[in-house]
Structures are given as structure tokens and as C-alpha cells.
Design a protein around this ligand. Structure first.
Ligand SMILES: [Zn+2]
Length: 158
């Protein structure tokens, strides 16, 4: 049996915050605001898995008023959701994701993001795709005020 899920996430960018995407620290003047480490890519993937499982969303599982998740490592949140998927007998077939960020260019970081994510997702690195786009100078991403990410995940129960 296969299940598919979609995830989307946005974080505001601000001075004085770290920018972490897919568990990788990105050299950037501005970082992402949020209760956890504000890793939009990992959040989108986490939400996609929860969606495939019909298990609500990331805010329901890790509420932003809960001090346990303050500055939380989002890869650990993803690992908790992977544990849930495993309990249900599901494993990941593949993940496809897009990160939208005006700058810096993410290409130098993508391989490391895929490796970190694949490790937590329990798949080979060639089952995780991360693509990077800019906002072409338009909208909040294009103006450098936000980072967004989208992800689709396919789960299989064997
Ligand atoms: Zn988020």
C-alpha cells in the first residue's frame, strides 16, 4: 500500500538568527525566525509525512507554545515522525522538495542536506531530492523576507 503526502512551510527571515535548512547551517546574513530552529525544509518534509499518514500537522505534534520544542533540532522532530511512520509499518519510498530562498545560492549545500535528511528518513541519498529556487525578486521570498519549502513524500507499507 502506498500513501502520498504534501508539505509546505514558510519562515520569516531576520537578522541575528541562524539559517538552517535540511539540518545544514547556511552562511547567511539573515536567518529564519521560529520557535524551533525554523528549518523550513525539514518542516515541509515532516508535514508531508504526517499528511501521508493522515496524522494532522507539525503544529499539532510539536506546538510552538511548548518549551520542549524551543530551538529544537528539526531533524529530531522529523525522527519522531519517522518513528510514528515505522510504528504504522510504513517506510519512505522517496521525497521531492523545493526550497525557495533569494540568497545565498543553496547549491553548495544541497548534497549535505540530502545526506542528512536521507539518514533520518532511513533511505539511500538518491531517494531524496532537494531543489533550490529564488523568488526572482518578487513576493516575500524575492524580497529576501522569507524562506519557503514544499515537499512531496511517498510512503509504502510492506
Ligand atoms: Zn516551520
Amino acid at each position: 500500500m502506498f500513501r502520498i503526502g504534501i508539505g509546505h512551510d514558510t519562515h520569516r527571515l531576520a537578522q541575528g538568527r541562524l539559517l538552517i535548512l535540511g539540518g545544514v547551517r547556511i552562511e547567511s546574513e539573515r536567518g529564519a525566525e521560529g520557535h524551533s530552529d525554523a528549518d523550513a525544509l525539514t518542516h515541509a518534509i515532516t508535514d508531508a509525512i504526517l499528511g501521508a499518514l493522515c496524522e494532522g500537522d507539525i503544529g499539532m505534534h510539536f506546538p510552538d507554545h511548548d518549551p520542549r520544542w524551543k530551538n529544537a533540532d528539526s531533524l529530531q522532530l522529523l525522527a519522531r515522525v519517522m518513528w510514528l511512520a515505522g510504528e504504522r509499518g510504513f517506510h519512505i519510498v522517496n521525497v521531492d522538495a523545493t526550497v525557495m530562498l533569494e540568497r545565498p545560492k543553496l547549491r553548495p549545500y544541497i548534497q549535505e542536506m540530502c545526506e542528512k535528511l536521507a539518514d533520518v528518513l532511513g533511505v539511500e541519498v538518491d531517494c531524496v531530492s532537494v531543489k533550490a529556487k529564488t523568488g526572482e525578486g518578487l513576493d516575500a521570498v524575492g524580497e529576501g523576507r522569507a524562506v519557503t519549502a514544499q515537499a512531496v513524500v511517498l510512503l509504502e507499507k510492506v
